[in-house]
Design a binder for this molecule. Structure first.
Ligand SMILES: Nc1ncnc2c1ncn2[C@@H]1O[C@H](COP(=O)(O)OP(=O)(O)OP(=O)(O)O)[C@@H](O)[C@H]1O
Ligand SMILES: [Mg+2]
Length: 261
């Protein structure tokens, strides 16, 4: 069932006297419970697409239909209400918080704003969310600035799932993590998708990471989607020059030397 349908999105940023085209006629769709990976070189427009989907930036043209509503037409309270269903995890989702904010503050915010749990029930909700993302409830009172990067991304995921969203946009959400922590977080995302039917738009410049989690992959370059298809097809037999270059850049691992694989 279709959850998200993006049609003809264009966005140009003014930069001094010049105009920088960041999105050119981008269209895509995403079904419930599925993962679309979005990959492309630096500056290809991936984060701009994420920002337009979340309506942090308004497009010059095009539409973003989510759960049957064109988000571009929503303003203020209507848009804030929609956020309940459309959440985000960025590379630095939580670092903008005030230095004294605790893990409980970060996860409690959406519970309060969307009236999911009152003051009394909030601690038990927060504890359950922390456990679901593999963290100890004892972490609730720690400052978000004194936990590790991997823990912080788990907290960002707990915050994102707190409202029971249908879609989470993840922009370079695991890019800053070491390989082990990264694969644990990818496993967490897959398990949450299985339990809750959440769809992901998973953005990364790294094709190997995108391939590990995505059902379908869209390749962006120069503000356009230059290739789009099932994950295995795009990675095994890329049709675009950009797709081929990204595949060539994935490090080849000598599995024989690695033993049991
Ligand atoms: N706020 C802005 N003002 C002006 N130009 C911008 C702005 N944000 C992005 N751009 C430009 O738009 C284009 C697309 O940028 P975007 O951040 O969407 O790319 P990206 O694919 O996310 O890159 P990366 O992999 O490095 O994160 C680039 O040319 C960038 O310089
Ligand atoms: Mg980006």
């Amino acid at each position: 069932m279709m959850l998200l349908s993006v049609e003809g999105l264009s966005k140009t940023y003014p930069s001094g006297a010049r105009q920088v085209p960041a999105l050119k006629d981008v269209s895509l769709t995403l079904d419930r419970g599925r993962t679309l990976g979005l990959v492309g070189p630096s500056g290809s427009g991936k984060s701009t697409l994420a920002r337009v989907l979340l309506q942090l930036v308004k497009p010059d043209a095009g539409s973003v239909v989510f759960r049957g509503t064109d988000l571009c037409a929503l303003r203020g309270a209507e848009l804030r209400a929609m956020r309940k269903h459309l959440q985000m995890v960025f590379q630095e989702s939580l670092t903008a918080f005030n230095p004294r904010a605790t893990v409980a503050d970060a996860i409690g915010d959406p519970l309060r704003i969307h009236r999911i749990a009152g003051r009394r029930e909030r601690p038990s909700h927060i504890a359950a969310l922390l456990e679901r993302v593999g963290l100890s409830p004892a972490l609730a009172l720690r400052s978000i600035h004194e936990i590790s990067g991997g823990q912080r991304q788990r907290v960002a995921i707990a915050r994102a799932i707190a409202t029971g969203p249908d879609l989470i946009v993840l922009d370079e959400a695991v890019s800053a993590l070491d390989v082990t922590v990264r694969s644990q977080i990818l496993e967490l995302l897959v398990s949450l998708q299985r339990d809750r039917g959440i769809a992901y738009l998973f953005i990364s410049h790294d094709l190997a990471v995108v391939r590990a989690i995505s059902h379908d992959i869209a390749v962006m370059d120069g503000g356009r989607i230059v290739e789009h298809g099932p994950s295995a097809e795009v990675t095994d037999n890329p049709k675009s020059d950009t797709g081929r270059a990204l595949v060539a850049a994935v490090p080849r691992i000598n599995y024989q030397a690695g033993g049991a694989r």
